[in-house]
Write a protein that binds this ligand. Structure first.
Ligand SMILES: [Zn+2]
Length: 245
C-alpha cells in the first residue's frame, strides 16, 4: 500500500486596503489571489522527498508533479489536509485543465487526533512535541514569505527546508499513531492481503471474545502488532432464529 504524506505552502492574497485594523476586503480589492507556493511529498518507506516549487517548476509544472504522485498513492496523508492541502492542490488541477487523480483514501491526521483524543491544541507542532516525535522548524515569520516571493534564493532554501521538515514530521506523527492503531480512514489491508489486520497488514491475530451487534454476534480478534480490534466478516451461528426486539 502506497501512502503519500504531503505538506504544502501557499502564497497569501495580495490586496489593496485603505486601513490596517479590522478590514473587510472586497473582491475588487484583490490584486492577486493566493496560490500554491511549493510542496513536499514523501511515500512511506521511501527515503526520497519530492519537493517542487512555483519558483523552480512553475505553477503548472508543480501541478503535473503533484498529479503524478497522487495517481501513485493509495492514500494521501497530511495534517489538516482534507480542508487545506488537498483542496489547494485540487484548485491547481482544475485551474490547469486537469481531471481528478485516481481515487485515494484521504487520511487527515488532525482529524484522527481531534476525534479521538482531547488535547489543548491540535497544531502539528504541539501534537508532534506532545508525542515526542519532533517539532517544526522556525520560519522567522512572514518575512520569509516576502523574501521567497521576491526571489531570494536563501529564503527559498529555508522555505524548502521548512516544508520538507513538515512533511517528515507529519509522517513521524503518522508512524507513532499507526503503530498502535490510531489512524482513521486508511484503506483496509485485509481486502488486498487476505486474513490480515486491516490497519497494519499483520497476520499475527489472536481470537479475543466476540463482538455483538443488535442482531448478530461476530468472532472478535486483536492484532498482536498494532493492537487494533477486528471482527470476522461473517457472523457466528445465531442462537435465536425468530426473536429480535
Ligand atoms: Zn495490526
Amino acid at each position: 500500500m502506497k501512502i503519500l504524506t504531503i505538506d504544502i505552502e501557499t502564497r497569501p492574497n495580495e490586496v489593496y486596503t485603505w486601513g490596517l485594523w479590522n478590514q473587510n476586503v472586497g473582491l475588487s480589492q484583490i490584486k492577486q489571489p493566493g496560490s500554491l507556493l511549493c510542496f513536499a511529498a514523501k511515500f512511506r518507506g521511501e527515503r526520497q522527498v519530492h519537493f517542487h516549487s512555483a519558483w523552480e517548476d512553475g505553477e503548472k509544472g508543480m501541478a503535473r508533479k503533484l498529479r503524478a504522485l497522487f495517481n501513485e498513492a493509495d492514500a494521501v496523508c497530511g495534517w489538516n489536509s482534507d480542508k487545506f492541502d488537498i483542496r489547494w492542490v485540487y484548485a491547481q488541477f482544475l485551474k490547469h485543465g486537469m481531471g481528478k487523480p485516481s481515487p485515494f483514501a484521504k487520511v487527515d491526521l488532525m482529524k484522527s487526533v481531534k476525534r479521538q483524543v482531547a488535547l489543548p491544541s491540535y497544531k502539528l507542532d504541539y501534537v508532534a512535541r506532545w508525542l515526542g516525535v519532533g517539532s517544526k522548524v522556525d520560519t522567522g515569520g512572514f518575512e520569509l514569505w516576502l523574501d521567497v516571493m521576491a526571489g531570494d534564493a536563501k529564503a527559498q532554501g529555508l522555505m524548502r527546508k521548512y516544508n520538507i521538515n513538515d512533511t517528515k514530521l507529519t509522517e513521524a506523527v503518522f508512524d507513532r499513531l499507526h503503530e498502535r492503531g490510531w489512524v482513521l480512514g486508511l484503506p483496509n489491508h485485509s481486502i488486498t492481503e487476505g486474513d490480515a489486520c486491516p490497519n497494519c497488514g499483520s497476520d499475527n491475530l489472536r481470537c479475543e471474545g466476540t463482538r455483538e451487534t443488535k442482531t448478530r454476534s461476530y468472532q472478535r480478534y486483536q492484532c498482536r502488532e498494532c493492537l487494533t480490534w477486528i471482527r470476522s466478516v461473517n457472523s457466528l451461528p445465531r442462537k435465536a432464529s425468530m426473536v429480535v426486539a
